[in-house]
Design a protein. Structure first.
Length: 462
């Protein structure tokens, strides 16, 4: 029971009231003219009863110097004060029946609202009204419990969906390969962090196409002597043909080159012999030069068809393959292929054909050796060998283009964006974890229960 009003300050017309000298009885009568503060006093009582500071704050004395302040004394020495916009203690036993009560609880006008019906239940008179109030209170408690359960589950779920609203978290789609996607994104982050080292990595080099130098060889093949003495040539050839031995002409030519005056077998003088004079005319300086050039053909062919051609290509291929293999940790690149055995076989075919022509030239020294078909065949072999190199270079070129594209894309990678993608994937993992699925199901049930409770409660005041 309120027994004394000690002080009221800064509230409406009651800007500084001291009523300590007046005690309140079981029935006390307060009267005054209009505009003296009776409604203000009723609002103060209501504010204390329902703990609504705004009822006082909204009535603060206009242009007043005092902050709103109230000091009530209840029986048993209890005090309830209002300072700094809050009550120290509410007293629900203070019941105020004023115009606000009538507006909120009593039929007035063309309809009775659901809020008025609800408030009338609190102002219950009679057994039926009291029972209705009890049923309503139970429905209200059920609604509050359902709402509290929803809030509790939502609070627990807040630990699962950090950075997202609950509805956004619920709408996340399930991802089946989360781990592989996260691993790929982490690899990209590592690569982006090491961008300078990756940009400095070498790219594979193309195989350099070799050249086949056979022009000088064919010049010797095609060289013939037209200034040989015809009589001497006829006599020497007739003698050589009479013996029909391979290499016989070369054997005689080598002997003439010694320039001996006597026979090396019987030591008789060779002067004045017609055949010897024919030898000396036939095997002249031009003949010896041609013979010397032909003797060098074997070395020239070996050089033109050297194994070093294949070895150089193989070495370049091995280096390019190693460089490409070093990029496989960053991007998937098709490794190049160099058909070494085919290249070697084609080079052997060229060397074999040139060797065959050389041997023919050695036996037919004065004749032009080699046809256009021979040159065409050698060129065909050589072009096939170059196509082996081209095939390898095509793969290396694609690898170079892939590496350039990768370096370009790497320079534009946003690490923070990659981390956000990982965070989103982690949230997807959490969204479909057993605990999260269970709690979301519980939330759905709790929300359904809350809706039902509110519907049942609303039905009581229709």
């Amino acid at each position: 029971m309120l027994v004394r009003i000690h002080r009221i300050k800064g509230i409406g017309l009651l800007h500084d009231v001291d009523a300590r000298s007046h005690s309140l009885k079981k029935a006390s009568f307060i009267y005054a003219d209009n505009g003296r503060g009776k409604s203000t006093l009723a609002s103060i009582f209501r504010s204390c009863s329902v703990n609504k500071p705004e009822l006082i704050i909204n009535r603060r004395t206009i242009d007043g110097n005092n902050a709103p302040e109230v000091d009530f004394q209840f029986n048993n020495g209890q005090r309830s004060t209002f300072q700094n916009g809050v009550w120290s203690q509410e007293h629900s036993e203070l019941l105020v029946f004023d115009s606000d009560f009538v507006e909120q609880n009593v039929y007035a006008g063309g309809q009775v609202t659901s809020d008025q019906r609800k408030n009338l239940l609190q102002f219950a008179l009679g057994e039926s009204a009291v029972n209705a109030q009890r049923v309503y209170d139970q429905a209200d408690e059920d609604t509050k419990a359902a709402a509290a359960n929803v809030r509790d589950i939502i609070s627990q779920l807040s630990a699962f969906h950090r950075g997202l609203t609950l509805s956004q978290f619920q709408a996340l789609e399930e991802v089946t390969d989360i781990d592989s996607q996260i691993n790929a994104l982490n690899e990209k982050i590592v690569e982006a962090q090491n961008i300078d080292l990756i940009q400095a990595k070498a790219s594979p080099k193309l195989l350099i196409k070799p050249n086949l130098k056979t022009d000088s060889i064919f010049e010797i093949f095609e060289n013939s002597l037209d200034n040989i003495d015809l009589a001497a040539e006829e006599q020497v050839k007739a003698f050589i043909d009479s013996h029909s031995k391979p290499g016989y002409e070369k054997w005689i030519s080598d002997g003439v080159a010694y320039g001996e005056q006597n026979c090396p077998f019987c030591d008789q003088s060779l002067e004045g012999l017609d055949l010897i004079n024919a030898y000396r005319s036939y095997f002249n300086q031009d003949y010896n030069k041609l013979k010397s050039d032909v003797a060098k053909l074997e070395v020239a062919i070996s050089t033109a068809c050297s194994e070093s051609i294949i070895e150089t290509l193989k070495s370049s291929f091995t280096t390019a393959s190693a460089v490409i293999d070093g990029w496989q940790e960053h991007i998937d690149i098709q490794p190049p292929v160099f058909d070494e055995s085919k290249a070697r076989q084609l080079l052997l075919e060229i060397k074999g054909l040139l060797t065959k022509l050389r041997q023919q030239k050695e036996t037919q020294l004065l004749e032009s050796i080699g046809e256009d078909t021979d040159k065409q065949q050698i060129d065909t072999y050589w072009q096939e060998l170059l196509s082996v190199v081209d095939t390898c270079n095509e793969t290396i070129t694609k690898a170079r283009e892939a590496i350039v594209g990768y370096k370009t894309n790497l320079a534009s990678v946003n690490i923070e964006n990659l981390r956000q993608q990982i965070q989103s994937l982690e949230l997807c993992r959490t969204r479909y974890s057993p605990d999260s699925v269970r709690m979301l199901s519980e939330l759905q049930d709790a929300q359904e229960e809350e809706r039902n409770s509110k519907r049942d409660k609303a039905g009581l005041i229709q």
